[in-house]
Design a protein around this ligand. Structure first.
Ligand code: CA
Length: 243
């Protein structure tokens, strides 16, 4: 059983979600605005295994709620409900720290599958054996290179005494690039394979993520040695000297 918080001001939609998620064996709480969500999440750290967060809320919107959570170092998995046909919502959602998104209106089975995915990924990340040898073509749970350690289970990058927390989306992107280390990964492939975006989306969002990842991983972010841009195509991860 997982504990899921639904942040949605459309009562009928929230109740429909409650009904279906409870039928799957989850425990559900509902709040109808962002402030109430933050109060609840703030008061009860680790009280929830996942949050379904609508973007369009009265007062504080979903982007601001997600960003505030991450500022408070609360990394509960967030599935954001965005407006259909607004890829910029998706991108802003990722930027604010959402882990996954679903455009409205959505098919219920898809939402249930996305929530299962979020919960499973979280579980997988917390249960994977540490320091296991990576199989060819796979990224390990803990990856070390150039004096840095990326812990994909804890969603952390350790660089000297500095620890940076990764969002699930950042970790997924990094994991994908490392799994394909030495090969060029196109922006379209990233959208499709990492973020499940099949529509034509502005790929600049990826560039913003890469800029952020470079700040975490590169000694000189403006002159990257690991997260390389391949002009007109995409990106390539190069580990260089392992430490
Ligand atoms: Ca709404």
């Amino acid at each position: 059983m997982s504990r899921i918080l639904i942040v949605e001001d459309e009562a009928h939609l929230a109740e429909g979600l409650r009904f279906n998620l409870e039928a799957e064996g989850h425990s559900i709480s509902i709040v109808s605005d962002g402030e109430a969500a933050l109060r609840l999440l703030h008061a009860r750290q680790n009280a929830f295994d996942a949050v379904v967060l609508d973007v369009m809320l009265p007062g504080r919107d979903g982007f601001s709620v997600a960003a505030e959570l991450r500022r408070e170092r609360n990394y509960v998995p967030v599935l954001m409900l965005t407006a259909r046909g607004r890829p910029e919502d998706v991108l802003q959602g990722f930027e604010s720290g959402a882990d996954d998104y679903l455009p409205k209106p959505f098919e219920l089975p898809i939402l249930l599958a996305r929530i299962r995915g979020l919960l499973r990924r979280r579980e997988w990340l917390s249960q994977s054996a540490p320091d296991s040898e990576p199989a060819p073509g796979k990224a390990p749970d803990v990856f070390r290179f150039d004096g840095k350690t990326i812990d994909f289970r804890a969603l952390e990058v350790h660089s000297g005494s500095r620890i940076v927390h990764l969002t699930q989306m950042e970790a997924d992107l990094l994991h994908h690039l490392i799994r394909n280390a030495g090969q060029v990964v196109s922006r379209k492939a990233i959208l499709r394979e990492v973020w499940g975006l099949h529509q034509d989306t502005d790929t600049r969002a990826i560039d913003n993520f890469i800029v952020r990842l470079r700040r975490y991983l590169e000694d000189v972010p403006a002159a990257p040695r690991h997260l390389l841009t391949v002009r007109g195509i995409g990106y390539k991860f190069v580990a260089g000297h392992r430490t």
